[in-house]
Write a protein that binds this ligand. Sequence first.
Ligand code: FPP
Ligand code: MG
Length: 293
Amino acid sequence: MKLPDFYAADHAAIEAALEQILPAETTPPSSIHRAMRYSVFAGGKRVRPVLCLEAARMFTENLAAAVQTGCALEFIHTYSLIHDDLPALDNDDLRRGKPTNHKVFGEAMAILAGDALLTLAFQTLAGAPLDPERRVRVISEIAAAAGTVNGMVGGQVADVEGEGKPVNAATLEYIHRSKTAALIRGAIVGGAIAGGAASEDVERLRRFGDTIGWAFQVVDDVLDVEESSAALGKTAGKDQAQQKATYPALYGLEKSRAIAAELEARALAELDAFGERAARLRQLAQFLVARRS
Ligand code: FPP
Ligand code: MG
């Protein structure tokens, strides 16, 4: 699956900003800054920042606040991966094609690097060049998306507690919409607010974000079964080995692919009202469902 043609430029803008915001490796205490930078620059696709930028671009040409919001989202996402890979959670050795953070820096430093990235995310949001009212709305949206009530940590709790138990449809939906879709929705809604969108447009994009984020995790489950560790940059086949609550486990591969396609169509329908203005979000949605890694 080819990346949309605008992706490289967005990606480059995000890389430059991440580089600027993260403390240098030489800043004391250098061990934590090395650990933070190791995982942030391990080759992630930057899906959430790119969604954030393109949601903002629908409403403004000034993308400075969306770039900063995008970096904050990538810090939160990266912290979640570092902690997810710890022995106490999924216990994984490979992430983004490299040894996991705790394998390189030890468990103590990996825990602290995750803590530090989460903290830096909110410092970054607090400094976004937005009027105070919108800045607080962005902070609140992203905090909720990363939190415990229908947010990333809540979903992760259900994921951990669901291991080894029979999967049921309602819990599965809750896990996927919370642990993954919430932050993707936060990226899109955060970008829209940073771009100055009116409430009606923010709400439409919220529905788009929730649904495409849900599809994203269904696809992630499918890829865990279908692809190799080399293609994914993380240990393939892990979900089944750990008896995780996944779409393929409950519905099988074929039905899971059909569910992802149906969610994609539902998400795209939310963009109809925007016409051509949503062309890039449309392309991103299609890419997120067709991706192979
Ligand atoms: C891959 O994203 C990651 C997901 C699909 C999210 C899975 C959710 C968690 C690990 C939640 C963990 C939460 C806590 C609190 C520990 P991606 O394909 O965008 O990865 P990339 O950035 O490497 O490209
Ligand atoms: Mg996990």
